[in-house]
Design a protein. Structure first.
Length: 175
């Protein structure tokens, strides 16, 4: 299985990138590629910019990465209860190329934050949205209080109950 994983944020020190990287490592049978959204930075989407630019190559490249994968894993950063601006703009550009952005791929959707809700708001938005854009959500999980539940030096969850839930979510991609 070719797994494509990324954090839906442009933060260079993203806790969501640490989470999705750890989660992807739990799927040992997979050939994993972890993307950095900074490699796909585009101007904010607008119909005026689309008229000027057409379909930017970076948006085409991002969609090609999705098309080439067998499964997807995304960890969403929550910015004021919603998607990060970097992800939302990239998603908007890609959806103008193909509205079925997720290409019918099985997906695991994750989120985390330093707070007690763990990005549950943005995860809820992503869960509601994914099927409309061609995603087959197999599992989802919000990890609250990231800094209390993740050992950054070891690069793993320390909370046994959350780790078990994450392993179960990741294994859903094998079904």
């Amino acid at each position: 299985m070719k797994l494509l994983a990324f954090a839906a944020t442009s933060s260079r020190n993203s806790i969501n990138k640490r989470l999705v990287s750890y989660a992807a490592s739990l799927l040992q049978q997979a050939e994993t590629e972890i993307l950095d959204l900074n490699d796909f930075e585009l101007p904010l989407f607008s119909v005026d910019r689309e008229a000027e630019l057409g379909h930017p190559q970076l948006a085409v490249d991002f969609l090609d990465k999705i098309k080439g994968a067998d499964a997807l894993m995304v960890s969403f950063a929550e910015h004021n209860g919603s998607y990060s601006a970097a992800f939302k703009s990239l998603f908007d550009w890609v959806s103008r190329i193909d509205t079925k952005v997720w290409q019918g791929k099985p997906m695991v959707l994750l989120s985390t934050s330093p707070g007690g809700r763990g990005g549950a708001g943005v995860l809820g938005t992503a869960l509601n949205s994914a099927p409309h854009f061609g995603g087959e959500v197999r599992a989802s999980l919000s990890i609250p209080s990231f800094n209390a539940n993740f050992d950054s030096e070891m690069g793993e969850l320390t909370n046994d109950a959350l780790r078990a839930k994450l392993v179960e979510a990741v294994q859903s991609l094998n079904q």
